[in-house]
Design a protein around this ligand. Structure first.
Ligand SMILES: Cc1cc2nc3c(=O)[nH]c(=O)nc-3n(C[C@H](O)[C@H](O)[C@H](O)COP(=O)(O)O)c2cc1C
Length: 187
């Protein structure tokens, strides 16, 4: 699969079936983060790969309403980071940018391997911290829900979520966010 194909194939699917999680898979994904660019090569990313069944079940209580589909996760990747671990240049704070790039690389690799890797913001950082022993000075930036796409729509999905399984949610037109040569206020 080439890069463009992986970008096009990646979808935030919510109807999941189990997939076997091996240490090889975890290291394969982690390697993609490892070689990602970062400001001053600071490599601010930290990930917890949760695949133990009991720990996954415990994480259900941290998921927000509307994310019940994620109870079927075979793995949850907890994306962590600290502002102090990366460049801060006046008001420019880079850790979330670099961690986003690394996480995107992992998501695309997971896509290439035929997996769903769906990032979510709908969780309780407090419960996630409690469950996993994450100290308060480390941000819980996102969770990535990993599984395999089911060919059957999960019954817990809302109408809108069912639509999103069938068709990629609508995007802005390119001209709404692309500027040529200079910034011009768009109406
Ligand atoms: C930072 C972030 C947070 C998200 N949070 C959730 C979430 O809590 N629940 C959910 O079902 N999807 C979540 N999504 C998935 C988006 O809804 C999805 O990417 C978007 O609708 C576009 O669909 P597509 O990724 O299939 O193209 C999140 C995505 C990102 C990048």
């Amino acid at each position: 699969m080439d890069v463009k194909e992986a970008i096009e194939k990646r979808r935030a699917y919510r109807s999941l079936i189990p997939v076997e999680i091996t240490k090889d898979l975890i290291y394969d994904l982690a390697e993609c983060a490892q070689i990602t660019a970062s400001c001053f090569n600071n490599q601010p990313w930290r990930y917890i790969f949760i695949y133990d069944k009991k720990m996954l079940k415990k994480m259900n209580e941290a998921l927000s309403s509307g994310n019940e589909w994620a109870y079927k996760a075979s793995m949850i990747i907890v994306v962590l980071g600290k502002k102090e671990d990366d460049c801060v240049i006046h008001d420019r704070i880079y850790y979330r940018f670099d961690i986003g790039m690394a996480t995107s690389a992992m998501i695309l690799r997971a896509t290439e391997l035929g997996l769903v890797a769906h990032p979510i913001a709908g969780y309780s950082p407090r419960k996630t911290r409690e469950n996993l022993g994450i100290p308060d000075d480390i941000d819980v930036i996102a969770l990535v829900i990993v599984g395999k796409q089911s060919d059957k729509i999960d019954k817990v999905l809302t109408e809108k979520q069912v639509e999103a399984e069938k068709e990629r949610p609508k995007r802005k037109d390119i001209d709404e966010f692309v500027y040529m040569n200079r910034y011009i206020e768009k109406k």
